[in-house]
Design a binder for this molecule. Structure first.
Ligand code: BES
Ligand code: ZN
Ligand code: ZN
Length: 504
């Protein structure tokens, strides 16, 4: 990984200490549920009398009352600062709120230029959530909030900031679980940041060739086998759909294959397929100005697959996982595909191109067919596929599509448990008419004038995924972070947590 990128280095260190041990850190984090008394927390006895007075004064003046998301920063009279952090009503405390709290503490530490914090982990315990899961969620989200994309800044050190040491004060009897959970969270958080790095690099730099090179580097660091198919091999294999899209660009397509065998090789693998469009101009159906601006992130499905495999290998999970990333640049070059062209896909099915901007599903068609070679237990594709999904669900959830009801229910809980939230949309057979072609076997856009576009996109993919259990995640909505998530601007790395949680 480029030394300028965060890559695989774990920058934030978690230190686990006995609650009774005296801690020196730049900030003491005191967390309160709503209406909790100021003196009722475990760290109260660690405060000097004068600091206790300060905190009590803030409570009395109602400047802080433990409301969810509330933060008040005080100077300690001796040294460093105190963060008062509100957790909200105790009976509403859950993983969703914990994620936001961990990020908020980290982002406040960043803006307050505090390099180390300590807090009493025990306070976050409630019977509903396992200790190991709490620890994982806390570290994962702190690491995610610590991330900044400084690749293009001249003075990187000035820009970074962030927490170096996150000290968790625990009851010794929880040490094993907390240590294990923190470790898992760090690996997944760093992998998510790595996917964000790949997505944040500009389109001019992040070509299919560079994405493939990054996959090789990431694979090497994590112990994952990586093979790159170049244009010659893609042509030889007859992946006509990928070639059709790639032809409009001077950049050659790549087909990235990552293989991780953590179990007996005979065991059927999971296959993850990620859309790797390194820049999406729309092709001849050129996108209007504002719509094109973020299209260097159109490879984030691919980045999620690359980084998920890296995390899965680092965690040595006892499963087999294959990652497939078809990567192209969608440009309106003179050799590019045209509206009306009919492409012959790897499956043998022909694809009638009605709109060159619906390119993601076209390249995924060949990758979904290729996935059949592995006789997979399950295929999941992750793609920034449609603006329509963003219209339907906004930026807080990915669209979840699968014809299998049981799988749908399982994947909904994977979303909830991982923090990469998903929401189902219908896959009724009636929708299949949308993508039946006139001159080709299938057409790449629906027939309802853009309405239900996310479903037509999914239905198109389904035509190439009928042989094995399959689900599709449309991550166009949450591809970027939004206000209130307490994450730095740019790519969200969505999908990494989901895929890792799925196989765990
Ligand atoms: N990459 C886009 C989808 C997208 C839009 C991702 C906004 C992230 C943010 C995709 O290739 C695309 O252009 N889809 C078209 C499909 C249409 C032509 C049927 C769309 O959504 O408009
Ligand atoms: Zn497009
Ligand atoms: Zn696209």
């Amino acid at each position: 990984m480029d030394s300028r990128l965060r890559g695989n280095d774990v920058l934030m260190k978690f230190i686990i200490q006995n609650l009774k041990q005296k801690s020196t850190a730049d900030a003491m984090v005191l967390v309160y549920f709503a209406k909790q008394k100021s003196a009722s927390i475990p760290l109260w006895s660690a405060l000097r009398a004068a600091d206790k007075k300060q905190v009590e004064k803030v409570f009395r003046a109602k400047e802080f009352s433990g409301k969810e998301g509330e933060v008040k920063v005080l100077w300690r009279l001796s040294r460093g600062k105190i963060f008062l952090v509100g957790l909200g009503e105790k009976d509403k405390w859950n993983l969703r709120r914990l994620r936001l709290m961990a990020r908020k503490i980290t982002s406040v530490a960043k803006s307050e230029k505090v390099g180390s914090v300590y807090m009493a982990f025990e306070q976050l315990l409630i019977s509903k959530i396992e200790i190991i899961k709490l620890a994982q969620t806390l570290s994962e989200n702190a690491v995610m909030a610590d991330y900044n994309f400084t690749y293009y800044k001249q003075n990187q050190d000035e820009e970074v900031g962030g927490i170096k040491n996150f000290i968790l004060l625990i009851d010794v009897k929880h040490k094993v679980e907390v240590t294990a959970g923190v470790k898992v969270g760090q690996v997944i958080g760093e992998a998510t940041n790595q996917a964000r790095d790949l997505g944040n690099i500009s389109g001019g730099e992040m070509t299919p060739t560079l994405l493939a090179q990054k996959a090789v580097e990431v694979g090497k660091a994590a112990g994952v086998k990586v093979e790159i198919l170049d244009k010659k091999k893609i042509t030889k294999l007859k992946m006509g759909a990928i070639l059709g899209v790639a032809n409009g660009s001077a950049e050659e397509p790549k087909f990235i294959i990552m293989e991780y065998y953590g179990a007996d090789k005979k065991q059927a693998p999971y296959v993850f397929v990620g859309k790797g469009v390194t820049f999406d101009t729309g092709g001849l159906n050129l996108k209007p100005d504002k719509s094109m601006l973020d299209m260097h992130m159109d490879m984030l499905g691919g980045a999620a697959v690359i980084s998920a495999l890296s995390a899965i290998a680092k965690l040595k999970l006892p499963v087999n996982v294959i990652g497939l990333i078809p990567s192209v640049e969608n440009m309106p070059g003179s050799a590019g595909y045209r509206p009306g062209d009919v492409l012959k896909s790897l499956s043998g099915k022909t694809i009638e191109v009605l709109n060159t901007d619906a390119e993601g599903r076209v390249i995924l068609a060949d990758a979904l067919t290729y996935a059949e070679n592995y006789k997979p237990k399950l295929i999941i594709d992750v793609a920034t596929l449609t603006g329509a999904c963003m219209v339907a669900l906004g930026a807080r959830a990915s669209g979840l599509f699968t014809p299998d009801k049981n799988l749908q229910t399982k994947l909904e809980s994977v979303g909830e448990n991982s923090g990469d939230y998903v929401w189902p949309l219908p896959m009724w057979e009636e929708y299949e008419d949308e993508v039946k072609g006139t001159f080709g076997d299938v057409q790449n856009v629906g027939k309802s004038g853009g309405y239900g576009g996310a479903i037509s996109g999914a239905m198109f993919l389904y035509q190439f995924a009928k042989k094995y259990p399959w689900a599709h995640l449309d991550i166009a909505g949450p591809m970027k972070t939004i206000e209130g998530e307490h994450l730095s601007k740019g790519a969200s790395g969505l999908g990494v947590r989901f895929l890792v949680e799925l196989v765990r």
